[in-house]
Ligand binder design. Structure first.
Ligand code: ADP
Length: 246
């Protein structure tokens, strides 16, 4: 099994707060891997470190075998490693289509690209992906007028525009209604199985992550507390206590 992402002994502090301490984990190619832990346990910090949002204090982060911990967000994105956020980062004043077309600027293109892309195959691909997430009918509506759940689906489609090898999702189901949750999960599984995208997912909804992920890492107080298959994690006393004590 090829390791796509390898985090080794990563530590990160903010002032006196040790947000991550000596964390090591692996994300194998083609899998769906979960990251759980109580609030403040360091999950988002780890995601931010991996995608180059801030420098780490020590340790190493390898993507496809290459050290990426000194690279910038854009350089890392260009290699095929992307993340989405708990709060969506869409442009509310632009249409869904425009958001889709601008999203490839993550790969380093500029705004001018938006206009050039109208003529290229990207327009068709944007429509296909909007169809895939169920937003085709809303493609010319302002993204700001979508419900929060629909905005999350749009953000997911925008990430797919970049054809990531690894997509890291920070609480994809937070704040969205149960009907949309099921639709989103189905699409995550489809993207993994059919588009070959490896997923690394932070998720608070235990039912979701236990069904979705094949292997789960659990953080507590900035450290790796446990790892294993969903049923092992669910029955791990340390994990249960970490959540009860949170
Ligand atoms: P989680 O995602 O598991 O809720 P975080 O990674 O957001 O946890 O936070 C881990 C710890 O690091 C918390 O104590 C949080 O207050 C702290 N922290 C996170 N980001 C910053 C920051 N930019 N500045 C200062 N402290 C931070």
């Amino acid at each position: 099994m090829t390791t796509l992402l390898e985090v080794r002994d990563v530590s990160k502090a903010f002032g006196g707060v040790q947000a991550n301490v000596d964390i090591s984990l692996r994300v194998p190619e083609g899998k769906i891997i979960g990251l759980i832990g109580p609030n403040g346990s360091g999950k988002t910090t780890l995601f931010s470190s991996i995608v180059g949002y801030h420098p780490i204090d020590s340790g190493s982060i390898r993507f496809e075998g290459n050290e990426i911990s000194k690279l910038r967000v854009r350089q890392i994105a260009r290699r095929g490693l992307l993340r989405t956020f708990q709060q969506t980062r869409i442009y509310g004043g632009m249409t869904c289509m425009q958001n889709m077309l601008i999203s490839t600027s993550m790969r380093g293109q500029t705004l001018v690209h938006l206009f050039a892309s109208q003529r290229s195959g990207e327009h068709g691909r944007a429509e296909e992906l909007l169809e895939f997430v169920g937003l085709y009918q809303k493609r010319y509506l302002l993204a700001g007028d979508l419900s929060f759940g629909q905005q999350k689906l749009l953000e997911f489609a925008m990430a797919l525009m970049n054809e990531p090898k690894l997509l890291m999702l920070d609480e994809p189901t937070a704040g969205i209604n149960p009907t949309l949750i099921n639709g989103l999960i189905d699409r995550l599984v489809h993207a993994n199985a059919n588009f070959g995208i490896t997923l690394f997912v932070i998720e608070h909804n235990m039912r979701v992550i236990m069904n979705l992920a094949e292997h789960i890492y659990c953080l507590a107080h900035g450290r790796l507390l446990a790892e294993g298959k969903p049923d092992e994690i669910q029955n791990d006393q340390r994990v249960v206590e970490a959540y009860l004590g949170a």
